[in-house]
Design a protein around this ligand. Sequence first.
Ligand code: ZN
Ligand code: ZN
Length: 348
Amino acid sequence: MKAAVLRGPGQISAEQVPDPSIAAPTDAIVRITASCVCGSDLWPYRGVTQRRGRIGHEFIGVVQDVGTDVRTVRPGQVVIAPFVYSCGTCANCRSGWTTSCLVGGDWGYPDREGVLVDGGQGEYARVPLADGTLVPARVPVDDDSIPALLTLSDVMGTGHHAAVSAGVQPGGTVVVVGDGAVGLCAVLAAARLGAGRIIVLSTHPDRARVAEKFGATNVVAARGDEAVQAVRELTGGLGADGACECVGTGASWATAVGSVRPGGTVGYVGVPNGVKDGLPLRDMFDRNVNIRGGVAPTRHYLPALLDDVLAGALDPSPVFTWSVPLTDIALGYAAMDNRSQIKVLVRP
Ligand SMILES: [Zn+2]
Ligand SMILES: [Zn+2]
């Protein structure tokens, strides 16, 4: 089969790799019908992290084969794979923290037995712990909702985690820091949770338009202190009840913390990168600013979000602004890297 392989900074292409096969009775083989490029894939692509080899962790596809112990999915079903695989039965999975599964793991790395687990950007993937990991999508393979359902693999679930962690309440005020696919999904999630006012920080008119379509009530086209001042002015000098931190840098953290009112909460989902020295702990102490969040347990959120997508009440698909065939995946990465596209869908 063909799958995306990262050979070094900027060097990504679809290469011929071995076809996966069932390695454990709890495995499934999925023929991938849609996957996508994630902002976090750009770290190794840019050479910021040293990851090489198979890549991609968001996909949807059709079950081809299942191991003898698999009970909840069967061949022919369209399924959604979250961005990590998880058992669904360990103590952490049962308390909803599927990303901390005691036996789970990441796509594109060897499993506990040392057998490679395929990346999500390819034609097929072996899915470990299929019962715990895969969620049947209950739609035909060519359904119009596929791009919306694909976002439940990561970005919509992660945006939802930001909004939940920021303590979004009906009628409340929230500021969203970050206008990538996750930030835009956090806007949508905050609207879904009933936020009365959603302030998004964006200096990109095309992204701001998507944010407004998703329910943003105010766009602040500024960064840093200027953005904090604008948010305070919009909230009667107080600050927002919550902030969704969807970037992960020291600057975005300072903006998120500065934008919330005393007693407010920062819900963070941006993978932290150089935040430690910039964390304004003394200001947080003085104003009782709370922090919640971390890596999103999207598998835990998936069933509820899936119901809303299928009911027509939730449509995150506008985050996909472009689609490329797997053989042109390098173009997809380049477009994400230069931010000319918000998120790129990849068709094997
Ligand atoms: Zn992702
Ligand atoms: Zn588990």
